[in-house]
Write a protein that binds this ligand. Sequence first.
Ligand code: PLP
Length: 382
Amino acid sequence: MSVLDAWQQRLDDARTDRQRQHRWRTRQALARDTLDFAGNDYLGLAHDPRVSEAQAEGARRFGAGAGASHLVSGHLDVHDALEEALASWTGRQRALLFSTGYMANIGVLQALADSHTAIFQDRLNHASLLDGATLSGARSRRYHHRNMNDLENLLKRSDSVHKLVISDGVFSMDGHIADIGALVTVSQRHNAWLMIDDAHGVGILGDEGSGCVGSTWRSDDVPVLVGTLGKALGTAGAFVAGDAALIDHLIQFSRSYIYTTAQPPAIANATLKALEIVQQEPEHRAHLNANIAYFRHEALHLGLSLSDSSTPIQPLILADESRTLRWAAQLREQGIHVGAIRPPTVPKGEARLRITLSARHQHEDIDRLLAALHDCQQQESL
Ligand SMILES: *Cc1c(COP(=O)(O)O)cnc(C)c1O
């Protein structure tokens, strides 16, 4: 076999394997009139004209891109202003911007952990946290989802001096909120640092939308806080918030911070506007919460098996992968987009429709979704 054939064979095998498991992923350009129940624009800020205008104005003022990394010449006043605003919002000394949440998690773990570090993660943590731990070379253990006894047992058995417990704040595929208080207690009892990735909590939960950690837990309790800007804040990028010593350390040692072009300043300008709206206009959160309550009430009435979630993430567990694809396709025919989430993103046997709600949705939109879900149910019972 030639080298070329060998590579061809490898790609073909991987494809055949994935397709046989109904796990082949495809992208779909979203038609403009599609009702989107899959995205993470929970407050509608990605479509708020004030945020778009701040982005346009930022581009006119600072240019289309940063032109260099933060440590070279890409770091502008607008980045400083955003970092200060994020730090004050989350009650931390400092914050540091990253280009994406994925890069923030990789960068934090690589800068904090090495082969002498022991990392303990919830089994359902986001892929970027799992990848970050692997890349750091740390000794990694995963505890059962939100199971503090399991975590405690693993911590007890560790003789590492540097222990790091990591959890999503809001679990991205389940909508569950982590018990931060319990994580703080267990971590402190075993001299471990606690890192929370609140990608789906910031903007939604807590005082002024500062998340499930934000103003409630101080950096003594949760020393490492990660938030992302591409979800409820409607723009793009991420931040790490904590004490000055942590942030200084990341600026020195976090390779995914150092060796990449700075966040476009126009995005930073738009994010400042989005943050101002999140802090000053609680009505968007109120509308979102009313939508969540309405959807749950009606869906449970239809007998749909929703998971126990009070967040905008409302998964409908269908278990079987081909069934999940069938329902998603049927919804799409009716102009409704939901996420069809299959392993390896979720555990085997737990394929689901990931339905997300937003303050952009009106009651009529939710009624359309419910009617379409009801149609799927009816077809199955034929
Ligand atoms: C989306 C997400 C990320 C990645 O953030 P991006 O900015 O999209 O790269 C990280 N962690 C969690 C928990 C997420 O849900």
